[in-house]
Design a protein. Structure first.
Lengths: 429, 708
């Protein structure tokens, strides 16, 4: 296998949907990151082989947002671009495809990442309304038209909310929050444990922002209706969060018996992230000093109703592939879709009996909380679905560099019942 | 007759008349020879019509992107009497009448620029086919040269597109693109550029498909035929023209006169009137001056040997204030995706705000789409680091006016950019030569002085210094043209060229105020001279604190003739900084509109008011400018009077109808200029009014600035 270098990774500030980045369409959550990286290293714009972008809420205007981003970034027209969709891991899928292309020697320079404007996810007309429109268009005479018009009923206007549908599993019919409730129940994770975990995420994230630890990974973005504002920090983490405050929130998905609240789940968020991935030849040719090496990746499926445990199988898989152990990881980014799901993963990883239910007949290892999500996670920073997979790797690489540590693991659960994991090695110690 | 500028052939009963085949210049214009050949060709077509050899006629251009840019301005310029000019117009009219009278189907096949005499020719054809080339634009810009379209344009355009639309085009010189030309009825059909001739040859022998005009259009036509409606339209147009031209420009009024008086006349009577009006206008001083500026501007766009220079693809701005944001806008507007660096977020937002504001009017008028706005605004990278500067070709520094700060920035910047990146400063008052010493390679360094607001002021001063390379200056010159600015290359010196000449004017206004002349009288005198705003108003725009600072620099650099009046210091101390804090000579509301004279300032001025004759006032204000311009020529800031004129017109809006500052001086006569100056020297101030040695020398030789 040829080595795959992660030369530079950048991300946007992540902002709760409907807020400061609501006006920013998906292409503009990534194009400027690419332009910045190209500028920074003075790369020739016609030497980028591919732009691969993870995106799930396909904007109607930009069906292939990856190609749009390549063009908007000012890359040469000949650079091809495409969009990948693996739900919550779309950004990681983009990295994995970049990895395969470089490992095999097909490509030398690839931009891979993700972009998601959850603020701009579409509302769709429902089936009845669509049928109504089609009939109306087919009608030829005014009489026919009138007769069809008379069939209109107000309920035709009830929209399909894409984001709501997207967060419900089509196979098991449960929404993501309900799958977290399942894990909390089956694995015995209490409301207090979840709230404590969520609270820590907020405090870690606000501390990281205050101490400037995100400064090297975030690239300020232009925002506002008139595009005259600059956003440079994440908007979402709450420094004033308390366990008591979180405890007051009502369960959202199972109103009476549940433990999962809006407070201990990740918010819906806008954001983007991008990596410049290079082959050894490209690194030498352009005299680059890569941040990290992408060691390998792994994706794994499980039952959709327990999708939150995806990181367990994915981590197990990537460690097998790399021949490494969990304790070799100096830092771990495990996406915080739900506190219950992160705590559930920890539990299964250290318990052979539990793990054996998914065919893993060994203890994967103990996750040290001093290594896990050290700058907070999605509960505070948010989860722009298409981007998170690569955003985790961006945050991981920058923190490994800052701490001068060697190996890191980024892993996440994937709606639909999958997990994804990537191992990287810091090269700037 | 041997054709030397036209091509002519007949293919399948279609006569093809081609322009521009032998034209070496980038724009094809109608010369006297072309017109003669055209007459000859049209006569042949008329003859062949009778024998049924010709059934259709197409006028087209061999040059992609240019149909005809109008009658050669030097041809207009060569007509030296009203009668000559009128006769010239009549000759053109006669040829165009012949085209109009052809029995065959006639069409102009327009791809690209189609202006003045080019559009008038097209109007003589029964049809106009336009290409879908975005460059295609049709217009009658004669008014901008102080004349009117003299080849039947004022006669035929209203017939084709209706009176209101025609008035708009003829009075403003506005050009319309293909889509708009179809919409307003000027063009018959829009054709794909590549297949244009092929399609036109097919279409010309077929009838034009009838357009189904909507009810409102019919109503409009009925209304237009009404005597009263026409009267109201002309009345409104006249009011608008007077308020916009302030009575300085005779052409628009004359155009209205011809159109109104001619509306009841037949073709021959109308055209005779048009020709006569053309003759009269062409000999006015205003038209002569406007033609003069046309030639100066045209010349300044020539790039002999500069075509091969490296293109600037990416820009960067240091310092994101009002100027920095404006310059970032200029890069973004021209697809040069700039990086804008400042020390903090607040600074960056100020710059983005400025850029956004500059785009907003185009956005409002729908000359720019939301998508384009998004794309161009987002092409500006706001940043606090030097990351990415390796990719840029030109950096413009626009940080605070402090020599030490700037020098520090340049020595730092030099390490952050590639070796052939041009480095420039937008300083308006500091020495570019001294600044250049901060760089290891100062050959790639120059001043690049923009005027505020960047989106509205066309001038850019490129400031040379002893070590600046010719390539650097030429590349900047070419870039400035590319981004649609008017560049002048000047040498380093206090205030460079424009501010140095402007300073004595503002300074003199201050002395006049101190002598008891009112703010209103002074500003009104300047307005009546033709300036876009009076000196007090201008000082408010510039900022009184800046005026004070610049005054000091001029005084230090130029000595006693630039001795600054103490007024701006007094005003700044009183808290009046100009428009920026809504308090200057005038008070301003939130929208920046003046609400009247600032009483605080009035109380600081002498209570006894004096009045002097307006002409005297104007001379007091403008003679010191002429004098300083003479010093600039002596000091080799620039070497040509024409550069001074261009700079003053495009830099501060010196009235174009006066032909520029030194054209004005020459036309007043240097003898008179020096005599009045000497009078002022004894009555007002010897320091400020003693004529410059060059001025005296030219006067004694009975010479002019333009003879230099």
């Amino acid at each position: 296998m040829k080595p795959v270098y992660l030369v530079e990774g950048k991300r946007t500030p992540q902002v709760k949907s409907g807020a400061d980045l609501a006006e920013v369409a998906a292409p503009y959550l990534a194009h400027y990151l690419i332009r910045h990286i190209v500028d920074k290293f003075g790369l020739p714009k016609d030497q980028i082989d591919e732009v691969i972008i993870g995106n799930t809420g396909t904007p109607a205007k930009y069906p292939n947002v990856g190609r749009v981003i390549a063009l908007e970034a000012g890359l040469d027209k000949k650079t091809s671009g495409y969009t990948v969709h693996r739900n919550c891991a779309s950004g990681m899928e983009a990295l994995s495809q970049g990895f395969d292309k470089i490992v095999s020697g097909r490509s030398h320079m690839i931009f891979a990442g993700g972009a998601e404007s959850m603020s701009q996810m579409p509302l769709l007309f429902n089936k009845q309304m669509t049928a109504f429109f089609i009939d109306l268009m087919k009608a030829k005479t005014p009489v026919q038209k009138l007769s069809i018009m008379s069939r209109f009923r107000p309920e035709f206007l009830k929209p399909i909310i894409a984001i709501e549908q997207g967060l419900t599993d089509p196979f098991c019919g449960r929404n993501m929050g309900q799958t977290a409730e399942t894990l909390a129940r089956e694995l015995g994770i209490s409301r207090l444990q979840q709230d404590e975990f969520a609270n820590r995420s907020h405090h870690r994230a606000t501390a990281a922002t205050a101490e400037g630890r995100f400064a090297s990974e975030i690239l300020a973005i232009t925002a506002g209706k008139k595009l005259d504002r600059v956003i440079k920090d994440d908007i979402g983490p709450r420094g004033n969060s308390t366990v008591e405050g979180l405890a007051k929130m009502k369960p959202y998905f199972e109103k009476v018996t549940g433990t999962v609240t809006v407070g201990n789940a990740c918010p819906i968020t806008d954001g983007g992230s991008v990596w410049l991935m290079c082959s050894e030849e490209a690194v030498k040719k352009y005299n680059l000093n890569p941040m990290a090496r992408m060691v390998d990746y792994h994706f794994h499926g499980l039952e959709p109703e327990r999708m939150g445990l995806g990181p367990v199988m994915a981590t197990h898989g990537v460690l097998k592939r790399t021949g490494m152990r969990l304790d070799q990881m100096d830092l771990i980014e495990l996406n915080e879709a739900f506190a219950a799901q992160v705590l559930g993963c920890e539990k299964v990883m250290r318990d052979k009996t539990l793990a054996s239910r998914w065919g893993i007949n060994e203890v994967i290892g103990e996750i040290d909380h001093e290594k896990l999500n050290v700058n907070g996670g999605a509960i505070a920073l948010g989860h722009p679905v298409g981007s998170t997979g690569s955003r985790l790797v961006v945050t991981l690489a920058h923190e490994l560099k800052r701490r001068k540590k060697q190996f890191g693991l980024a892993t996440l659960c994937i709606g639909g019942g999958q997990g994804g994991a990537v191992v990287i090695e810091n090269l700037q110690k | 007759m041997q054709l030397e500028s036209l091509t002519f052939e007949i293919k399948n009963t279609i006569a093809l008349v081609g322009f521009g085949k032998y034209e070496k210049k980038s724009m094809t214009t109608l010369s006297a020879d072309t017109l003669l050949e055209l007459k000859h060709v049209v006569e042949q077509i008329a003859a062949k019509e009778k024998s049924k050899e010709v059934k259709g006629v197409l006028f087209f251009s061999h040059k992609p992107g240019v149909f005809l840019a109008g009658v050669d301005v030097s041809l207009i310029n060569s007509l030296k009497t009203e009668a000559d000019a009128a006769r010239g117009a009549e000759q053109g009219q006669m040829i165009y009448n012949m085209i109009e009278d052809l029995k065959s189907a006639t069409a102009a096949v327009v791809d690209g620029i189609c202006l003045g005499g080019g559009l008038e020719l097209s109007l003589s054809c029964k049809r106009i086919y336009v290409s879908d080339n975005p460059k295609t634009a049709l217009g009658l810009p004669e008014v901008m040269l102080g004349v009117l379209p003299g080849f039947g344009g004022t006669y035929r355009l209203p017939k084709r597109i209706g009176l209101p639309n025609a008035l708009d085009m003829i009075l403003t010189g506005r050009q319309v693109k293909s889509k708009a030309a179809i919409k307003n009825g000027l063009a018959t059909a829009m054709l794909p550029t590549e297949r244009m001739m092929e399609l036109a040859m097919d279409l010309i022998l077929k009838p034009v498909p009838k357009k189904n005009e909507g009810f409102s259009k019919t109503l409009e036509n009925v209304a237009m035929d009404n005597f009263l409606t026409r009267k109201i339209i002309f009345q409104k147009a006249r009011e608008k023209v007077l308020s916009q031209s302030k009575g300085f420009y005779p052409a628009p009024l004359k155009i209205l006169e011809v159109l109104e008086a001619g509306s009841s006349k037949g073709r021959d009577a109308y055209l005779a009137m048009e020709a006569q009006a053309f003759g009269e206008l062409s000999q006015t001083t205003v038209s002569r001056n406007l033609q003069h500026i046309f030639f100066l501007t045209d010349n300044s766009k020539k790039l002999e040997g500069k075509e091969e220079l490296p293109a600037i693809e990416r820009g960067a701005v240091l310092g994101a204030g009002v100027m920095g944001g404006g310059i970032a806008w200029l890069f973004a507007q021209n697809n040069q995706a700039p990086i804008m660096k400042d020390i903090n977020q607040a600074g960056l937002e100020l710059g983005l705000k400025q850029a956004s504001q500059n785009f907003s009017s185009a956005l409002k008028k729908k000359r720019m789409s939301e998508d384009d706005f998004n794309r161009k605004m987002r092409s500006i990278t706001p940043t606090t680091s030097f990351d990415g500067f390796m990719g840029v070709d030109l950096v413009v520094e626009a940080v605070v006016e402090n020599m030490q700060v700037k020098k520090k920035i340049f020595s730092e910047l030099e390490e952050m950019v590639k070796p052939d990146c041009l480095i420039t400063t937008n300083t308006s008052s500091l020495s570019v030569t001294e600044m250049s010493q901060a760089l290891k390679d100062s050959s790639r360094f120059a001043g690049l002085h923009f005027f505020n607001p960047v989106n509205k002021m066309p001038l850019v001063e490129i400031i040379a210094h002893p070590k600046a390379s010719k390539k650097t200056l030429d590349t900047l010159y070419k870039w400035a043209l590319d981004v649609k600015k008017t560049p002048v290359i000047v040498n380093d010196g206090p205030g460079f060229l424009v501010n140095r000449i402007l300073a004595p004017y503002l300074n003199e206004a201050a002395y006049l105020l101190e002598s008891g002349i009112s703010i209103k009288d002074i500003d009104q005198a300047a307005l009546n001279f033709g300036m876009p705003m009076g000196p007090c108003r201008l000082m408010d725009e510039v900022g009184l604190d800046v005026c004070e600072k610049v005054g000091k620099i001029m005084q230090e650099g130029l000595g006693s003739r630039a001795l600054a009046s103490g007024l701006s210091h007094k005003l700044t101390e009183s808290g009046a900084l100009g428009k920026k804090n809504a308090k200057g000579f005038y008070l301003y509301d939130e929208k920046g509109q003046s609400t009247g004279v600032n009483p605080v300032v009035e109380s600081l001025l002498p209570s006894t008011s004096t009045t002097i004759d307006e002409l005297q006032l104007q001379l007091r204000l403008f003679l010191p400018m002429i004098n300083e311009a003479a010093y600039c020529l002596m000091d080799k800031i620039v070497t040509k009077a024409s550069v001074v004129d261009i700079a003053m017109i495009y830099g501060i809006g010196f009235p174009p109808f006066k032909g520029g500052l030194l054209t004005y001086a020459d036309s007043e006569g240097l003898e008179r200029v020096t005599a009045i100056m000497q009078q002022f020297a004894s009555e007002v101030s010897a320091e400020r009014y003693t004529p410059a040695p060059l001025l005296m020398e030219l006067m004694q030789k009975k010479s002019t600035f333009y003879s230099l």
